[in-house]
Design a binder for this molecule. Structure first.
Ligand SMILES: [Zn+2]
Length: 323
């Protein structure tokens, strides 16, 4: 959607919540959540018991997701309230104390704690560590649990129930789920089965330029059932089609984006990210990206190509030309 988002309107009191939206009703019923506190964080780590099943694939950590359970926040840039934030996982709706959480992949329980010093915002957390056939290490974090059903050092196989969805250190009942390759958070959608419909889109909202540099503002939209955008790129071409500049943000690699900063510098180019609020009755994820200070060919025809690439490698693109 364009213009002011629903959540912003709600925040400033211009709208009342839509009781008629089925998604909203579903979520409103789950919204009562008294976040538990994390008073005595521990830092104990379970030992690898050996003979672990090899990770061949990942499954959704809640049976029936994503079709039957709302995904509350996508991986990557988001607004947490009114603050910009880089979300390191995805949030999956569930009923407090009821909805089972299952192991997305096999491994051993490295962390099982009411509150871990390393992941304070997780509340009750289980971390499972496993390896694929190439020896690549993965760590999966399951956060905000109501109950933990496995202990440190236990071997778990894919699909085993390891806990129940909860509210600990959360404002609504959901599972915050992370997949870390090594220790780097990745977009879980790049690993989990999902429809790959290539339904995402990109629109160039404005291009301003002078002889020295070009500023591009673009909007990326993807439907809620396919939150797998992983890279946004802008290329500048001269009148002969020769590339003058090429800058990108890669969500998984966090290219030139090593911090949670809303704006990062890549050479003389500043890349800023402005997520729309993700609200329960909106069916799309939308974020505006601004690439400022891209190199300009100086004179003649300038062409700008913007691309949004998803985990499956599908690319949506938009073009702008100065002619
Ligand atoms: Zn989360």
């Amino acid at each position: 959607m364009t213009g002011i988002s629903r959540r912003r309107l709600l925040q400033i009191g211009l709208l009342t919540p839509l009781a008629t939206s089925p998604l909203y009703r579903q979520t409103a019923a789950l919204a009562a959540c008294t976040p538990g506190r994390c008073n005595n964080p521990t830092r104990e780590t379970g030992a690898n018991p050996g003979n672990l099943p090899t990770i061949a694939d990942f499954i959704w950590p809640i049976s029936g997701a994503p079709d039957c359970y709302l995904i509350g926040d996508a991986f990557g840039p988001r607004l947490l309230g009114t603050d910009y934030d880089w979300h390191r996982g995805i949030d999956i709706q569930g009923n407090e104390g009821v909805t089972p959480v299952i192991a997305s992949a096999s491994g051993f329980v490295r962390i099982s704690a009411d509150c871990d010093e390393r992941y304070r915002r997780c509340g009750k957390i289980i971390q499972i560590e496993g390896y694929d056939r190439n020896g690549q290490r993965y760590r999966m974090n399951y956060c905000h649990l109501d109950r933990r059903l496995v202990d440190r050092g236990e071997r778990v196989t894919q699909g085993t129930e390891i806990g129940r969805v909860g509210c600990t250190s959360a404002t609504w009942s959901h599972l915050h789920f992370e997949i870390r390759e090594g220790d780097t958070p990745r977009n879980p959608y790049c690993y989990l089965p999902h429809l790959n419909l290539n339904n995402h889109s990109i629109v160039i909202e404005s291009v301003t330029s002078n002889s020295m540099s070009i500023n591009v503002s673009l909007r990326v939209t993807t439907p809620r059932n396919e939150l797998d955008i992983n890279e946004v790129r802008v290329r500048v071409l001269d009148s002969s089609g020769i590339e003058v500049d090429n800058k990108y943000i890669n969500f998984n690699a966090r290219h030139n984006c090593g911090t949670d900063d809303q704006c990062v510098m890549d050479g003389s180019t500043e890349i800023c990210i402005f997520p729309e609020n993700f609200w329960y009755d909106e069916s799309n994820w939308e974020t505006v990206f601004e690439f400022s200070g891209l190199a300009s060919p100086g004179s003649g025809l300038v062409e700008v190509v913007a691309e949004a690439r998803d985990c499956g490698g599908e690319v949506a693109s938009a073009r702008w030309s100065s002619s």
